[in-house]
Design a protein around this ligand. Structure first.
Ligand code: GRF
Length: 226
């Protein structure tokens, strides 16, 4: 049976493009993107979805009086799509505990840092300010704690001399584009199972920082330190 997934996105949609390419359009991967939902009418992700003949819906947050009213319509829209999995890809709204409980444990997010370091915004500037030599991205299960759910996979990238937030962001984003489809492929293949107790890969619980990769020569390399 094929895994159906929906993507929630607020902006550029480059992770959505990576998921279209690395999952949805791949005949060898039993997974189908059934819809993209955005909270912003100007999100490029909506155009990306339409160009790929995927259903695209905008639920404009500004048209709702409060978060509860917005989330009620968002949840109904997502339930209408009937997806097995919700994939947050640059969705810039904090979701309420009630909403998360409704869709957990099969909701995942990608975050541009090596969690649990640097949850929240402006991760690259904070990595550079601390003088770290490595950064990366994490794919994690979504729980009510923002960027706090169990980590499934991480990609580590080097911080290079002369990096600024933009150059580091671009390198980390390339890593995101590789690990996010990889994680969805694991789910499609039944290798990864998400439960309230956390993720299990190939029948085993994952370590606290998940399965680790390194971005080397523009490819994912299994990290031998983990
Ligand atoms: C990515 O950096 C992701 O880690 C963060 O939001 C950004 C989304 O980028 N959650 P895009 O819309 O997928 O291009």
């Amino acid at each position: 049976m094929s895994l159906s997934f929906a993507v929630l996105a607020s902006g550029r949609g480059s992770n959505l493009e990576a998921l279209l390419e690395g999952v949805h359009r791949r005949p060898d991967v039993p997974a189908e993107l059934v819809g993209v939902v955005s909270d912003r009418p100007d999100a490029r992700a909506l155009a990306v979805a339409r160009a790929a003949n995927v259903s695209a819906a905008c639920i404009d947050r500004r048209r709702f009086e409060d978060r509860a009213a917005f989330e009620a319509v968002l949840a109904a829209t997502l339930e209408g799509l009937g997806a097995d999995l919700l994939v947050l890809a640059g969705f810039m709204r904090v979701l309420s505990t009630a909403f998360v409980r409704r869709f957990a444990p099969t909701m995942i997010n990608v975050h541009p840092s090596l969690l649990p370091d640097f949850p929240g915004l402006d991760t690259h500037a904070r990595v550079l300010a601390r003088g770290d030599t490595e950064s990366g991205a994490s794919v994690h299960q979504v729980t009510p704690e923002v960027d706090g759910g169990p980590v499934i996979a991480q990609v580590v990238v080097a911080v290079e001399a002369g990096d600024d937030a933009a150059t580091l962001a671009a390198r980390v984003l390339r890593g995101e584009h590789l690990i996010y489809p990889e994680v969805v492929r694991w789910l499609a293949d039944g290798r990864l199972v998400l439960s309230p107790a956390g993720p299990r890969l190939d029948g085993r619980p994952l370590p606290p920082r998940g399965r680790r990769f390194r971005l080397t020569n523009d490819t994912l390399e299994a990290s031998c330190t983990d």
